[in-house]
Design a protein. Structure first.
Lengths: 209, 244
């Protein structure tokens, strides 16, 4: 029972981390774009989704949209809502990383003839990630914890399952204590992964004066 | 052939270039001198498309820098070495050098890498191919910067105050590399404060003053008593530089 819930939580988390990262990258580059329209749209996106409680967004997608004929299952709704909402946070973190990239380095890439896209992918993003990865890690850990809210839209992930088990067994203390441990382990593993990645991205800084 | 005709460039209300006309033929080694604020770095930024033009024209091999499609072609022929090196900090020395030739010119990895090693050897850094920029000294970084530019096999090499950010003892190692290059027949355009060096390696001096070309003459003539020295502003500039 717990294991099923764990699988749901883990897959929603993994998919949403990928989703929110992709959205974050696109929106962050929009936010620093030279085109006023893109810049406004991206900044509007960040502003909008950071200013609505996540539970309200999920309710809107899951209970609101069917009213106008859009039905999406709980798993997909949860993954989408998390990607969209956390994408705004990821974008904001990435934006500050991107703004910190030395303009001289970008100019060197420009005059060498690299395309705009290649400059973003090969030069700006990896350099920005180097500083953004840690705060991004906090955002993703928060994402994993936020998956528990999806129990309110009938998704039986860890917390949803725990509720069922607790009411079946009348042993809330043991059940929720176990649940607490589970989340701890999950997010701890995630932070380990992020540390590894961070070290890898910064490997070239070793020996720097 | 670089043809600059009546080039104007403004930043806000300040006009930095006020009608610069200049042409540079293949194989020439030209130094652009001038006091700070005379517009020489801006002129260079116009040549590689980092700064747009506000008037006049700038053609390189007949291609117009102000047209994006033609600028792309210009950038394959024109390489720049920067004052602050601007190496890619997250890439190894080798990747710094090979990225653009592979990606922009579409050349094969093995071929480009072999060439990169040869360039590194030329500048005395053959053993640093796997190092990262953060592990190098300023002089080493600038020599890598030069390798990165040369790996594009450019027809024109733009050098923007390439020794200004270096300690005196490191300046020498970079200038040695450049002197060898000047003898090899690459077209080079220097923006520089190194008067002695400009005199030694360039065939022609362009002196910018307050956004216009004040003098454009062969090096010998520029440093002759009745040439550049005959011009009071140039004489004052040279005297000031010598006293530094």
């Amino acid at each position: 029972m717990f294991w099923d819930g764990f699988l749901v939580t883990a897959s929603v988390s993994a998919l949403s981390i990928v989703g929110s990262f992709l959205i974050g990258v696109i929106v962050a580059f929009g936010a620093v774009s030279r085109r006023p329209f893109l810049r406004k749209a991206a900044r509007g996106y960040i502003g909008l989704f950071r200013n609505i409680p996540f539970i309200v967004q999920v309710f809107f997608f899951y209970f609101g949209l069917p009213e106008i004929g859009v039905y999406i299952d709980a798993f997909t709704t949860g993954t989408m809502a998390l990607s969209i909402a956390v994408g705004a946070y990821a974008a904001d973190v990435l934006r500050s990383g991107i703004e910190n990239v030395d303009t001289g380095v970008i100019e060197a890439a420009e005059v060498s003839g690299l395309s705009r896209f290649k400059i973003y992918r090969r030069i700006i993003l990896p350099i920005a990630l180097r500083v953004s990865l840690r705060p991004l890690g906090s955002v993703f850990i928060n994402l994993v914890l936020t998956t528990s809210i999806l129990s309110t839209i009938t998704l039986n992930e860890l917390t949803g399952n725990a509720k069922i088990v607790a009411s079946d067994t009348f042993r809330p203390f043991e059940v929720y204590f176990f649940l607490l441990l589970f989340y701890c382990v999950l997010t701890y593993l995630l932070s380990l992964l992020i540390n590894l990645w961070h070290r890898r991205l910064n490997r070239f800084m070793r020996g720097a004066e | 052939m670089i043809e600059i005709d009546n080039l104007h460039k403004k930043f806000g209300d300040t006009e930095v270039l006020k009608g610069v006309s200049l042409s540079i033929a293949p194989g020439e080694v030209v130094s652009i001198l001038g006091a700070s604020g005379s517009g020489k770095s801006t002129l260079m930024r116009c040549m590689n498309g980092l700064a747009g033009l506000n008037g006049g024209s700038l053609l390189i091999d007949g291609l117009d820098v102000s047209k994006p499609r033609e600028l792309r072609e210009i950038r394959k022929r024109c390489a720049t070495v920067f004052q602050h090196f601007n190496l890619y900090p997250h890439l190894s020395v080798l990747d710094n050098i090979t990225l653009a030739p592979m990606d922009v010119l579409g050349r094969k990895k093995a071929e480009v890498e072999a060439e990169a090693y040869a360039l590194l050897k030329q500048v005395g850094l053959a053993d640093r191919a796997d190092a990262y920029p953060g592990q190098l000294s300023g002089g080493q970084k600038q020599r890598i910067g030069i390798c990165r530019a040369l790996a594009m096999q450019p027809r024109y090499l733009l050098l923007d105050e390439v020794t200004s950010a270096l300690d005196p003892e490191m300046t020498g190692e970079v200038l040695d590399v450049l002197a060898a290059l000047a003898r090899s027949g690459t077209t080079m355009i220097f923006v520089t404060h190194e008067i002695a060096f400009a005199r030694e390696i360039s065939s022609r001096i362009v002196f910018l003053d307050d956004g216009v070309v004040r003098a454009d003459m062969p090096t010998d003539r520029f440093f002759a008593e009745d040439g550049g020295y005959g011009d009071e502003r140039i004489a004052r500039f040279l005297a000031k530089m010598r006293n530094k």
